[in-house]
Design a protein around this ligand. Structure first.
Ligand SMILES: *Cc1c(COP(=O)(O)O)cnc(C)c1O
Length: 374
């Protein structure tokens, strides 16, 4: 299998994802369920594969971003609640009903729109407690509750939720902001306690570890499931590790002489006699172009710096000091190589983004290989 794809590929350990789930579980109160967030193809890890693996250890709540992701899970035989966290066009309402998908109600206007669809769909209201993205405004709890009650029988209403926007940050203002978000959410939840909605929830990965709300029946667990950190500075529970490694090979090795330049735009100039290796992975594979002249790969347990710009399908690295480096050697773009580790979080830090974006952006062109046999 590996031989066929040996250009640029991702290796995923579903066992590590299961371990991450178990360790996370052990770090939160027993009475909370986990909703596995498998949107964006499970952050690039393969939504069906991840959901099937987690189903086997008892997970049966899922969150996705859109109706297509939701239907794909259902068609693959995934059972349990599937919550669409974002916008579904009115024209797609029938699929929500047919596939037994729960839709987030984004606003009062959206509640009204979807109420005309002709199906009694399952729904949960998003409550905006300060992120200003989606949701009915919690600042005026009674008005918020009036809206929820107006639609409680038009939809099969199963819950309400909010989203925390700085739960991964531990400075006092952020902690205070998160506490306020949770209080606002609880105020709304208290006013509708008589409805006995089964799903009241407000915690993401970060919220579940560093904050709490007794009212939240579940944690929507995304990034930590995949072994990455919400924020680079976070310390996550021991044993939680990245489940994904991205590998490629050296397609050729050549000398580059002093004074010559490398790649588009001639942005790198050799200041010594160099040995340069070409890697057949590029930004069309999701390898970020901002890593040009900045990032590195691992090979033979050593770091090889990117020289010149990352191209669409290839980039070059400096292997002058890695005497063992030769054509067709395996290289690690993300992952571990002997003693060295270069994680998606490390890569993200280098180009001022987050690990989420790094793994989500690994393109469809890169095959995913599940490394355990079972
Ligand atoms: C993506 C998302 C999550 C998961 O967030 P993580 O930081 O990956 O745990 C939870 N809730 C909502 C509403 C989301 O959009």
């Amino acid at each position: 299998m590996k031989d066929i794809v040996k250009r640029s590929w991702v290796e995923i350990s579903l066992n590590q994802i299961k371990r991450n789930y178990q360790i996370y579980r052990d770090n939160i109160p027993d009475n909370k369920q986990i909703m596995a967030v498998v949107k964006a193809d499970a952050y690039g890890h393969g939504d069906v594969e991840v959901a099937q693996a987690l189903s086997k250890i008892g997970v049966n709540n899922w969150a996705v971003s859109n109706i297509d992701e939701a239907c794909r899970l259902r068609m693959a035989g995934i059972v349990g609640q599937i919550l669409v966290l974002g916008y579904t066009p009115f024209e797609q309402a029938r699929r929500l009903f047919d596939y037994d998908i729960t839709q987030t109600i984004l606003s009062e206007e959206y509640a009204e729109l979807m109420s005309n669809c002709g199906y009694k769909i399952k729904a949960q209201f998003a409550i905006d407690t300060g992120m200003n993205r989606i949701g009915v405004d919690a600042d005026n709890p009674s008005e918020c509750v009036t809206i929820i009650r107006r639609y409680k029988d038009i939809y099969e209403l199963t819950g309400i939720f909010t989203h925390l926007c700085v739960a991964d940050t531990d400075n006092p203002e952020s902690v205070e902001f998160t506490n306020i978000q949770i209080k606002k959410f609880e105020a709304v939840a208290s006013l509708i306690s008589d409805l006995e909605l089964p799903y009241i929830h407000c915690l993401n990965s970060a919220g579940g570890i560093w904050h709490n709300s007794d009212m939240s029946c579940l944690v929507r667990l995304g990034i930590v499931l995949y072994g990455l950190k919400p924020d680079y500075t976070n310390i996550i529970p021991e044993g939680i590790k990245p489940a994904l490694e991205w590998k490629s090979v050296i397609s050729m090795v050549k000398p580059v002489h002093i004074g010559e330049t490398i790649g588009y735009g001639r942005t790198y100039i050799a200041t010594r006699e160099m040995k340069v290796a070409t890697i057949p992975t590029g930004y069309a594979d999701g390898y970020n172009r901002l890593l040009s002249n900045r990032g590195y790969v691992l090979l033979h347990g050593k770091k090889a710096s990117i020289v010149g710009r990352v191209c669409m399908d290839q980039f070059m690295v400096d292997v002058t000091d890695i005497s063992e480096a030769k054509a067709f050697d395996e290289v690690v773009l993300i992952g571990r190589c002997q003693g060295e580790i270069y994680s998606a979080d490390d890569m993200a830090e280098m180009i001022d983004t987050i690990g989420y974006e790094i793994v989500c952006n690994i393109s469809k062109r890169v095959p995913r290989i599940y490394i355990e046999k079972n």
